[in-house]
Design a protein around this ligand. Structure first.
Ligand SMILES: [Zn+2]
Ligand SMILES: [Zn+2]
Length: 319
């Protein structure tokens, strides 16, 4: 199987990292408000379901993961930072911290330095690692080593000066959703009281529940996709292709494919390993909004073999 799990040694940290534990617990508890019947609305349900896919795909999959971490594509700076803000609306850490942590995962997958390997248990890989202290991963030296390119961008560095800024930006979407819901209710003929309930519904379903769903979508990649599924490649760790996670996380569950070729913008290595996130990247390219898209390794190698003097590792499209 090619696992390096024997490298893992030493106890896991004890104690609680309250900076993460409190928001994680608070948002989960607040999302439970969906159980209140008066806060249900069909438009809120649609916001939750569509929002989970959109925020997860645009913010986490495309921006944090494939763009900032692996540089599998490039987009105009205004679009990159808009997508990063969408990622922050999912409260999955700052761009610098997310990128540094994920690069650490790739550098030491399922070994001692992997921040979230399930060799320590599925609950550790899913959520446990987030709420345990990790002082080594909160230092400027760590960020500088693993995410210097991201830290160099003023907008991303702004969040590191005061880490609570991630939380404030996240919370700023709540009045926006509430106002939108209230106006939508009035436009549909609701009374002010009914519109206020709809505003609450949009916040609870469209922000809080959506946040929880995006979290678990991402966490399933860390936990399930290193435990269950098949492997196309011997990658030296335990990554798996998991169809359920791929379905939930718009392609990210083809995780063994990703570990085999992390820099590729696509994780679709067989026709049925559908990678919705890559299709959206291609759509962005068609619209002139994405360029320097890194193609899968076998295509890069074929290009290099066929046209050695002009071969390109990337599909360049004009902006
Ligand atoms: Zn992995
Ligand atoms: Zn990755």
């Amino acid at each position: 199987m090619g696992s390096s799990s024997s490298d893992v040694s030493g106890p896991r940290p004890v104690g609680i990292h309250w900076e993460y534990a409190i928001p994680l617990l608070a948002v989960h508890l607040a999302a439970a408000l969906v159980l209140i019947p008066s806060l249900f609305s069909w438009s809120g349900l649609v916001l939750a379901l569509v929002g989970t896919h959109l925020f997860g795909m645009l913010g986490i999959n495309i921006c944090y993961h494939r763009l900032l971490t692996h540089r599998s594509l490039a987009v105009p700076r205004w679009l990159e930072q808009t997508l990063a803000t969408i990622a922050i609306f999912s409260l999955e850490d700052s761009p610098v911290r997310w990128v540094a942590t994920h690069r650490l995962h790739h550098a030491h997958s399922d070994a001692a330095a992997d921040p979230h390997s399930p060799v320590h248990g599925i609950s550790w890989a899913h959520t446990g690692w987030l709420v345990r202290p990790a002082p080594d991963r909160r230092t400027l030296a760590f960020f500088d080593r693993y995410a210097r390119d991201v830290l160099a961008v003023p907008y991303y560095r702004w969040f590191e000066k005061r880490p609570m800024r991630v939380l404030w930006v996240y919370l700023a979407q709540i009045p926006l959703f509430a106002l939108a819901g209230w106006l939508f209710g009035l436009a549909c003929g609701d009374t002010p009281a009914q519109a206020t309930l709809l505003a609450g519904s949009w916040v609870v379903w469209g922000v809080l529940l959506r946040t929880v769903l995006v979290w678990h979508q991402t966490w399933c990649v860390n936990s399930l996709s290193h435990l269950f599924g098949y492997r196309n490649y011997e990658t030296g760790e335990n990554s798996r292709n998991n169809w359920l996670v791929a379905l939930l996380a718009a392609g990210e569950g083809w995780h063994n494919n990703h570990h085999h070729d992390p820099v590729s913008a696509s994780v679709q290595h067989r026709w049925w390993e559908i990678d919705i996130t890559y299709y959206v990247i291609l759509l962005l390219a068609r619209l002139g909004l994405a360029r320097d898209i890194v193609l899968p390794r076998h295509i890069r190698q074929a290009n290099a073999a066929n046209t050695p003097r002009t071969s390109s590792a990337v599909m360049t499209t004009s902006q």
